[in-house]
Design a protein around this ligand. Structure first.
Ligand SMILES: CC(C)(COP(=O)(O)OP(=O)(O)OC[C@H]1O[C@@H](n2cnc3c(N)ncnc32)[C@H](O)[C@@H]1OP(=O)(O)O)[C@@H](O)C(=O)NCCC(=O)NCCS
Length: 250
């Protein structure tokens, strides 16, 4: 499958919202707000509204991956340290903090039914390309080594060290049992180009328009689920409880 990568902004908000809503707001209703340090642990609708405000105000960045049908299937979140002040393993990180980065890559998400098809890889490549067109600089991430261990995808929200290394990152310092700071300098690229191919616009896809409208509705309030319960799913109007408190990623 060939993917199209577009920046998350006002023009792609509806597609992002549809993907997040299809996955119950992601991580129990976080709406990818945890690393902005603005997450509500109880109110998914508040997280959704906060994310939309940020996206429309240019204060949230991500490379959004679209499939051949023009449906968003995943993203890689990035931004300046001011935009994304959340740091995984902060205590260990701050014991010997590396040089202040220009950019952080903090969070990946891929639709549950589309994992293992290279979407996170495409999202990371897209994020690096977008960073280059935004001026480049030192890019930092805190990710997980998975070689020689069984790692569940649902907990790999910062992807894998191996994937970053395949994209030119090097390990800086270990900050957790499997967690490493990785970094790479990205050269500046001249200007933002057009995507290789554009996904169909919603007006040409009535089903997308419907989905986008549905996604505009307030998201059901997430409730704390029993320990070890399955991840929350939103299907056919019924909502199962999330597996973990909202925004427990940090
Ligand atoms: C982790 C995640 C992003 C991977 O997405 P994906 O599209 O399936 O990943 P890709 O197919 O692009 O795989 C790229 C590389 O990542 C690595 N990888 C992905 N899933 C892995 C897993 N479960 N274990 C080990 N490595 C894995 C592999 O190195 C793979 O390279 P390979 O194809 O050469 O083996 C996805 O499982 C996910 O979204 N998990 C949920 C994360 C989440 O909840 N985020 C929101 C938190 S707020």
């Amino acid at each position: 499958m060939r993917y199209t990568i577009r920046p998350l902004d006002a023009s792609t908000w509806a597609a992002f919202a549809e993907l997040a809503a299809r996955n119950n707001g992601v991580y129990g209703g976080c709406w990818c707000m945890a690393y902005h340090l603005e997450v509500s642990r109880t109110d998914a609708a508040q997280n959704r509204a906060g994310k939309e405000r940020r996206v429309r105000g240019g204060r949230a960045h991500a490379a959004l991956v679209f499939d051949d049908y023009g449906t968003a299937q995943g993203w890689c979140q990035y931004g300046s340290p001011e935009e994304l002040p959340g740091i995984k393993h902060r205590r260990e990180y701050e014991k010997d903090a590396p040089p202040h980065p220009d950019w952080r890559i903090t969070c990946f998400f891929v639709d549950k039914r589309h994992r293992g098809q290279g979407i996170a890889r495409a999202a990371l490549e897209g994020a690096l390309d977008q960073i280059a067109h935004l001026g480049g600089g030192l890019v930092e991430a805190i990710s997980e080594v998975t070689t020689c261990r069984e790692a569940q995808g649902r907990f790999l929200f910062s992807a894998t060290v191996e994937l970053f290394e395949q994209n030119g990152f090097t390990r800086v310092r270990k900050v957790g049992k499997h967690a490493w700071i990785v970094s790479r300098v990205i050269e500046s690229a001249p200007s933002i180009g057009q995507p290789v191919s554009s996904p169909p616009v919603p007006e040409q896809r009535p089903d997308l328009l419907d989905a986008a409208k549905r996604a505009e509705r307030p998201f059901p309030r997430a409730s704390a689920g029993p320990a070890g319960s399955a991840p929350a799913m939103h299907s056919g109007g019924s909502v199962r409880a999330p597996a973990q408190p909202i925004g427990d990623a940090l």
